[in-house]
Design a protein around this ligand. Structure first.
Ligand code: DC
Length: 210
């Protein structure tokens, strides 16, 4: 079974998807981490981020992998921590917007999601990567709450800078940010993580074969 969890930055996707996967004993696939790792590699190698075909080639040559501990690897390097830096936050939408890059990534995401039960988190999972997912969820939250959550993850950056980053990312991610047909929409503004996980777990149990 595939559980697709989409929504904007700060809606709570990662925390919810991780905890849900743990509870259900499903694998967890973080597709944002894949775009982040590619962005890290491109910047590391000095590849201009407007070169769509060069970036797609790079993605093809260096597939992102996840190890048993959930660490993120690309080109033989553990980038788990590096991909959470503010410089990556700012540049990843530039990389993720190129159609040839998305083609490579989506294909890889389908392969990684093909075996067994999995929770996949991203922006376009229910709409494009796995439109046949048994459970589709779209998480959202008020922009002020999303900015606060980001701030808790990035204590080193000022609140104003983070709010601006979030707004810019929302704008550039907007084309991909829409709920899939049949997605359950959950507003997480006033909810605790476990309440959201409970709701999605119920949907999964309903759709799981007896
Ligand atoms: O969820 P995140 O913040 O780690 O995502 C990083 C960036 O990658 C974000 O700008 C949106 C983009 N992304 C995407 O375009 N499609 C996905 N399936 C996942 C992430």
């Amino acid at each position: 079974m595939i559980v697709a969890i989409d929504g904007p930055a700060g809606a709570g996707k990662s925390t919810v998807a991780r905890r849900l996967a743990e509870r259900l004993g499903f694998r967890y696939l973080d597709t944002g981490a894949m775009y982040r790792a590619l962005t890290w590699l491109a910047m590391n190698r000095g590849i201009a981020l407007d070169r769509a075909d060069d970036l797609a080639r790079l993605a093809m040559e260096y597939p992102v992998t996840f190890d048993d501990q959930g660490r993120v690897w690309i080109a033989g390097t553990d980038v788990t921590a590096s991909i959470r830096q503010a410089r990556i936050d700012r540049q990843v939408p530039v990389v993720a917007r190129h159609p040839p890059v998305r083609e490579v990534m989506r294909e890889r995401q389908r392969q990684l999601g093909a075996e067994g039960d999995v929770v996949i988190e991203g922006r376009d999972i229910g709409t494009v990567v796995a439109p046949n997912a048994e459970v589709k969820v779209y998480l959202n939250a008020d922009v002020s709450v999303r900015a606060r959550r980001r701030q808790e993850e990035r204590p080193d950056i000022g609140g104003d800078a983070l709010a601006t980053d979030l707004r810019l990312r929302d704008e550039s991610d907007a084309a991909r940010m829409r709920p899939a047909a049949g997605a359950e929409q959950i507003d997480t503004t006033a909810l605790q993580v476990d309440d959201v996980v409970d709701q999605i777990e119920r949907l999964v149990r309903e759709r799981q074969p007896a």
